[in-house]
Write a protein that binds this ligand. Sequence first.
Ligand SMILES: Cc1cc2nc3c(=O)[nH]c(=O)nc-3n(C[C@H](O)[C@H](O)[C@H](O)COP(=O)(O)O)c2cc1C
Length: 209
Amino acid sequence: MFYRPRDNDHGLKHNPFKALVAPRPIAWVSTLDSQGRANLAPFSFFNAVAEAPPILMFAAYGKKALEPLEKDTPRNVLETGEFVVNVVPAALKGQMNTSAAAYPAGVDEFEAADLTKADSLIVAPPRVAQSPVAFECKFLTRVELPSTNPAYVNGAIFGEVVGVHIADEVIADGRVDVTQYQPLARLGYMDYAVVDETFSMPRPPAPPS
Ligand SMILES: Cc1cc2nc3c(=O)[nH]c(=O)nc-3n(C[C@H](O)[C@H](O)[C@H](O)COP(=O)(O)O)c2cc1C
């Protein structure tokens, strides 16, 4: 089959796009609002986009009625210039889901999801104490993206990673062992996967010139 996303002519019961770009890692983004109130929400339009320096990107869409700054998370990032991306271990999937509910601005999802805050070392927003990995980020830029729904705005937020927390328990033999915490990944629909098994594959040698 073939379909054109702008025509929405896939003929399936549900839009397959997100199921086709899967698995996607989940950024569990903690921020502070301009009054210092904590906020936490998951974003799976997320990835690392550069290594030196490390740069992360997540994209948020929101109803224009909430403009100029859409959801709490992008608004807080733009107001304060800082955010933390916490990794979601499979054990915290329920709390991650709870934190995704559309709470009014000012509601602290750490409290709503019964999570503990840990201090960050460089940025002000707290991190999730139970997350084995957290990236402290300084806001770099926001790129406005097209939106086919005139009622919604889309924006991609980029941040430079200025500090990285790794729980000592997940480091084995000088390497991070993801199978120790099993990062949660987003698939399509309401589906998820966990990384609980890995394998290594050395790259082929350079072809003779
Ligand atoms: C696993 C998961 C992934 C999500 N990914 C995104 C995303 O990439 N972009 C987005 O705008 N919303 C995403 N959401 C929805 C937001 O988490 C939700 O709108 C949340 O209420 C936003 O909170 P905030 O207003 O505190 O920022 C996702 C939800 C879940 C459960």
